[in-house]
Design a protein around this ligand. Structure first.
Ligand code: ADP
Ligand code: GLC
Length: 488
């Protein structure tokens, strides 16, 4: 069996540049796919963090005038990941995160920046770098979505195409006046093309033209075909349900391994759960909480946005808060939510600890020291923090949506008897039901035998990429085969 070559296209990749789980997935998948004879190259924009860390860089494409400045594609590696980097300083050599300036405003030329990414991805897909002519181009999220439109409107042969939706809430919609600037033909602007409610829809384009569509959990794959969760794209997705599937994310189990984790105070595994107590004490100390081994310490690690339901936790927490309940929250985003959490911490300094930084080390310590991890999302395509929590013996308390529904097994008599229970799930996603779930979890926590069982069951769950990557490998192989048959 000869290797399949995949060009992955994305706007972030861990550990080089990350704002969320997208980076984790794009960073971990190539290594996991190697054992499946899938050779991946990842195309990302040349932000300062990317060009600054690239090793063995070699220019493989030169573009003297590309959207208002010179650009080139560099081939190289960073953090062990094989990359093509779109080095276009006038578009990407900027401070701030991939999408916005340091003051938080989206860059006004984001349409052009990410159209440029898609344009180059399509070119590489059609063989512009002869040393790596991919069988498949795999685009992640709206930033890469236009790739498939460029391939569709080209006369030259194209590779197979896959579009993965990590979050349907971010769609990349831009004014129709930009159509010519970004190099799409006038006839592309219609319902069957890139037009989306009067604008150009980058994600819409990717979903419209990809040979296969995936999203990051089976439940989310069903949810997004419903009007309520489809965010305007449910009709298109229902129409393409024959090529749409959900493949669960995994986590990088070498980065997230409580037996070797350099960020935590005491290493542990399922047979030495007692060592977690030292991590709990270290976490309590770090956030200025009362160092109380018996307290029920809840952890949260999250972007702060409507999606994540953290307003519901704020609403219900005062009623749950008692002397023996504590909260360790790490989250940034929505300024109003950040302020409200800070105010709660100021009012209850020994019970509520809040950090609004982006702090990977603290994220690891929370997983290792909290008794439970709360994820009350209104919707969640997959979610990674509950997977890390399972691996670290922090019992997940989650809403029954998307990937949270697929990866956590609720605790009841049957699931306990079957040795399958791993956490607490609730629905509907309201403050009241979250409050009940927290009280239910607290009652389970008081029963040390059952709680230890939940921790051990969770730690035995395979949250690695091994099986999950093989689903992508199968999808790629099927697609390559289907295209061979179509050509024959
Ligand atoms: P999303 O991508 O929607 O934000 P995920 O659960 O898929 O949600 O991924 C979030 C990732 O970002 C996880 O790896 C989590 O540990 C990390 N993370 C979120 N907030 C922070 C933070 N403030 N500091 C460090 N890591 C964070
Ligand atoms: C998105 C989703 C999250 C998912 C991540 C990686 O950011 O919000 O649920 O885990 O992408 O696929």
């Amino acid at each position: 069996m000869s290797a399949i070559r995949v060009l992955a296209v994305a706007s972030e990749v861990y550990p080089i540049i990350k704002t969320g789980g997208l980076a984790d997935v794009v960073g971990a998948l190539p290594a996991a796919l190697k054992t499946e004879a899938i050779e991946t190259r990842t195309l990302i924009p040349g932000y300062p963090a990317v060009t600054g860390s690239l090793q063995g860089a070699e220019e493989v494409l030169h573009l003297p005038d590309f959207h208002g400045g010179p650009a080139r594609v560099l081939s190289g590696a960073s953090a062990g990941i094989d990359l093509f980097v779109l080095d276009a300083p006038h578009l990407f050599d900027r401070p701030g995160n991939p999408y916005s300036s340091p003051d938080g405003a989206d860059w006004p030329d984001n349409a052009i920046r990410f159209a440029a990414l898609g344009r180059i991805a399509a070119d590489i897909g059609q063989g512009s770098i002869p040393a790596f002519a991919p069988d498949i181009v795999h685009a992640h999220d709206w930033q890469a979505g236009l790739t498939h439109a460029y391939l569709h409107y080209s006369d030259r042969p194209r590779p197979g195409t896959v579009m993965t939706v990590h979050n349907l809430a971010f769609q990349g919609q831009f004014p129709r006046e930009l159509l010519a600037t970004i190099g799409l033909p006038p006839q592309s602007f219609n319902l069957d093309g890139v037009e989306y409610y009067g604008s150009i829809g980058f994600l819409k384009a990717g979903l419209r033209f990809a040979d296969r569509i995936t999203t990051v959990s089976p439940t989310y794959a069903l949810e997004i075909q419903q009007p309520q969760e489809g965010m305007g794209l449910d009709g298109l997705l229902r129409g393409r349900s024959d090529v749409l599937s959900g493949i669960l994310n995994g986590i990088d189990t070498s980065v997230w391994n409580p037996a070797t984790d350099p960020h935590i105070a005491s290493l542990f595994d399922a047979d030495s759960l007692q060592n977690r107590a030292l991590n709990k004490a270290a976490l309590q100390q770090r956030l200025g909480l009362r160092v109380a081994p018996e307290a029920f310490l809840l952890g949260v690690i999250s972007r702060m946005s409507w999606q994540k339901g953290l307003d519901l936790l704020l609403e219900t927490f005062p009623a749950v808060l008692s002397d023996d309940v504590q909260l360790a929250l790490l989250g940034n985003g929505d300024p109003d939510l950040q302020n409200r959490y800070r105010a709660m911490a100021e009012a209850n300094p020994r019970q509520v600890g809040v950090s609004t930084d982006y702090d990977e080390s603290l994220a690891h310590l929370i997983q290792a020291g909290a008794d439970a991890l709360v994820v009350p999302s209104r919707f969640e395509p997959c979610g990674l923090t509950q997977l890390c929590a399972l691996r670290y013996g922090a019992v997940p308390i989650v809403s029954r949506v998307g990937g949270l529904a697929d990866t956590v097994v609720d605790t009841d008599e049957d699931t306990i008897a079957a040795g399958a229970a791993t956490g607490v799930k609730f629905e509907p996603v309201t403050a009241e039901d979250l409050g009940s779930a927290l009280r239910r979890a607290h009652a389970l926590f008081r029963n040390k035998r059952i709680w230890t069982e939940l921790q051990r069951n969770g730690m035995a769950v395979d949250v690695s990429w091994v099986d999950r990557a093989s689903n992508y490998a199968d999808l790629y192989r099927q697609l390559v085969k289907a295209r061979q048959i179509a050509r024959a």
